[in-house]
Each structure stands twice: as C-alpha cells, then as structure tokens.
Ligand binder design. Structure first.
Ligand code: ARG
Length: 457
C-alpha cells in the first residue's frame, strides 16, 4: 500500500509503526471540520485559478458525499490511512479521480489539522457556553424558589452565620458566569485561521488566506506561519477554562454530598439520580455528584498533559502534537456530560427547609450579630467580641443558648445590653439586619437575583 507521502520510500511501513502512529481511531471525530475546511480551501483554489470550476464542483460534491457516508456509518476507516485527513483525501481521489489529487494544493496536514482543531474547539466551546447558561438559569430558578429558606453558612465546615439558601446557590451562579467569560475570552484567540501556513513557511502559490477565513467565519488569519502550525495555546486555554468549570461543579457536588448525609440531612436527592449499595439495603448514595467530583481529576490531568507535551517542542510541527486530541476530546466530553447531568439533577433535589432553618439557629450562629449590636451601642469591636465570647462560654457551661438567657444574665457581661438584644438573636433577624452590598440580606439577595436574570439575557 503506497502512502500519499511514499514517493521517496522503498519499504512499506512496519505494521507496528502503522498501528502506533495512527490517529484515525480518535481523530475521525474531526471529519466534519476536516470536510468544511477542505471545501473552503477548494473554493479558494478555484477563485485563485489553481483549479478549474469543474474540478471545484467535483471536489465539493465528492466531499459532501463522503460526509454523508460517514454520517450514515458507511465509510470504512482504515488504520493504514493514518488520520482523518488522509482517509478523506484518499476517499475523494477514489471517487473523483484526478481532481481529488489537486485538493491538497498549497496545504499541509500541519495547517490542516490546526484548522480542524480550531473549528472543533470553537463549536464545542459554543456548546459548553449553552450548557453553562442552562445550568445558570436552573440555579436562578431554584434560588427564586428558596429565597426565604435559611441555612447555616459555614467556614472551616463549622457553622458560621445564617445565610439564605438562595445566596448560597447564587454563589455558584456567579462562578459559572465567570466561567462563561473565560471561554469567551479564549474564543477570541481560537478564532484565528491558520490555513495557508503550509507545512511551516507559507506557500509560493497565490493563496487567498483572507477569503478562506471569510468562508469559515474567522475574523483573522494567523500572522506567522510557523506559529500557525505549532500553536496549541488555544487548546490549553480551553482545557483550562474547562478545568475551572469542573472545579466549580465539583465544589457544588461536594456541598450536596455533605448535605445529603443523615448527619446534615439538608437535602434529599431523588431516587432517579441516586444509586444503591449491592450489599447494604438501606443505602442511597449520591454517585452522580461523586463522579463529577472524581472526573474533575481527569480534566486537570489533561491540562497538565498538554503543558507537558508542548514544553520541549522545537518549532514548528512535531508529531507530539497529535497527543493534543484525546486530551481535548475527553475534556469536552467530561465537561459537557457533567454540566448536563448536574443541571438535570438540580430538578431532583428536595431541600429540607425545616431542618436547615433549625440548624441555622443552633451553634451560636448569631454571635457576630450580638457583637455588632454592641458595636452600635458604642463598645469597641475587640471588647464586644470578647464580651460575646464570654456569653458563649457561659451558655456552653450551662447547656443554654442565647435565647435561654435571662435579662439579668445578659447585663452581667456588659451594661450596654438592652432589652432589644432579644431582637437580634434569631437567624431571620441576622439576615434582615445585614446592610452591606452583596450580603445575604433579603434585599441584597433579591438584587443579586435580578442581576442574574438580567445577565442571562
Ligand atoms: N494526525 C496528525 C496530528 O494529529 C496530523 C498532522 C500530521 N502531520 C504530519 N506532518 N505528520 O497532528
């Protein structure tokens, strides 16, 4: 079997080498982008008089047929074709003969694969943007429903202060909004058209790169042909953006996992989104959330793997670059499926409002409110902090909470305490009294909600 590049070769490729170097079993995923790029290239070749309109027509028709065959599952992918680029070109030549041999004029697989990859990344990132948006909408919808639900807020996983559940959920909405921004930023640099770079040095043929860019909706062409064929920054940036998304999803999952324990009992995940144990009949496990948390690791791995592949590469193209694809594909699959399943799961979570509210009232969660009460009565902050610390210790020794304390007990600790202290002790009062922008007060959370609703438009 003669290879398209086999002119100078006297021996056939060793089967082990063929198997080892082939990428067709994974890069066949780029068939649509490859065909799209080739069609634009063919149209440009014709416009520039490098092929005739008849040849152009035959190429376009042939490529469309190949696309249909691949989509119908009728196309046979062969290892000896090495990669998707050669497989399609070979099929085209088999179909239309001599005209097919002209398609690769002025092109190398180096700029071809760079183009395919940019088209692919652009499309997949748009899809991830849509999924992020869907999840944000869902979070806003649930935050609307839970805007009166009070939950303990934690630091160090120790009860800290009461917050609104909607505030907690909108924190994740804010993270996902930043994630969208990161992808949009990266897309500016993805959106650069590399074709015309050739193998590395450009071409002596009169190729019209701007025209190809126009046909494929790229606002710019790559300025340096050597950079064009060896740059994979755009892949790294997108995997990075995906790694941050996974990190955010993983944190939300971790909250849900903890909250679903019988110890917390803040929520229940519906049966259709939970799994059981093969041994322990009583168990209901949050496996979806755990898997998202676990899969975050593989996306981090892909990011590091790409950094490592690139770090020692001399300019320009090296076959090492073929290793970018599986990392990218798996990242896209992992992030997309995680976003999808987690968004669906949000509809199957029942928050245990009573339990959350009851827990928010325990553990002296309004101690800071009492400190701020004293500050407003003129006590220096450090002194107020110490006074309330002593009140807490007093309660702990007597197995009491703030609300159990009599008026006489309060004034033992400071003469600044008035009977109005009882008005600051409940979680609800704590939330109501918050005044700062971005706080968990009913008013500020309502503002956040409106902001999020406006942002999503
Ligand atoms: N399969 C190759 C890749 O993924 C395509 C480019 C091959 N170019 C080459 N000069 N061998 O990178």
């Amino acid at each position: 079997m003669k290879k398209p590049w086999g002119g100078r070769f006297k021996e056939a490729t060793d089967p082990a080498v063929e198997k080892f170097t082939a990428s067709i079993h994974f890069d066949r995923r780029l068939y649509r982008q490859d065909i799209l790029g080739s069609m634009a290239h063919a149209r440009m070749l014709c416009q520039q008089g490098l092929i005739t309109p008849e040849e152009e027509k035959a190429i376009l028709k042939g490529l469309k047929e190949i696309e249909a065959e691949i989509e119908a599952g009728k196309f046979v992918f062969r290892e000896e074709d090495e990669d998707i680029h050669m497989a399609i070109e070979k099929a085209l030549v088999a179909k239309i003969g001599a005209a097919g041999e002209k398609l690769h004029t002025g092109r190398s697989r180096n700029d071809q694969v760079a183009l395919d990859l940019r088209l692919y990344v652009r499309e997949e990132m748009e899809n991830i943007l849509a999924l992020l948006r869907r999840m944000r909408l869902k979070l806003v919808e649930i935050a609307q429903k839970e805007k009166n639900t009070i939950v303990p807020g934690y630091t160090h996983l120790q009860k800290a202060q009461p917050v609104l559940l909607s505030h907690h959920l909108l924190a994740y909405e804010a993270m996902l909004a930043r994630d969208e921004g990161r992808i949009r930023d990266a897309l500016v640099r993805v959106n650069v058209m590399p074709l015309g770079a050739g193998a590395l040095a450009g071409s002596s043929l009169p190729l019209d790169r701007k025209y190809v860019a126009e046909l494929l909706h790229f606002p710019r062409v790559a300025e340096n042909s050597m950079d064009a064929v060896s740059d994979r920054d755009f892949v790294i940036e997108c995997i990075f953006a995906c790694a941050v998304i996974m990190m955010h999803l993983s944190r939300l999952c971790e909250d849900f996992i903890i909250w679903s324990t019988s110890e917390f009992n803040f929520l229940e995940i519906g049966d259709s989104f939970a799994t059981g144990s093969s041994l322990m009949p009583q168990k209901k496990n949050p496996d979806v959330a755990e898997l998202i948390r676990g899969k975050t690791g593989r996306v981090y791995g892909h990011l590091l793997s790409l950094f490592t592949v690139l770090k020692g590469l001399p300019l320009t193209y090296n076959r090492d670059l073929q290793e970018d694809k599986e990392a990218l594909f798996d990242t896209v699959d992992t992030v997309s499926s995680s976003l999808e399943v987690l968004t669906s799961m949000l509809d199957h979570i029942r928050f245990n409002r009573e339990r959350m509210a009851a827990e928010a009232a325990k553990g002296f969660t309004t101690a800071t409110d009492v400190v701020e009460y004293l500050v407003l009565k003129g006590l220096p902050f450090r002194e107020a902090h110490s006074v309330v610390g002593q009140v807490v210790a007093h309660c702990l020794e007597r197995n009491k909470t703030f609300v159990d304390l009599s008026w006489e007990e309060w004034v033992q600790f400071s003469d600044k305490f008035g009977p109005d202290v009882y008005k600051v002790l409940s979680p609800e009062a704590s939330i109501r009294r918050k005044k700062t922008v971005g706080s968990t007060s009913f008013r500020e959370v309502e503002k956040q909600l409106n902001q999020a609703i406006r942002r999503r438009k």
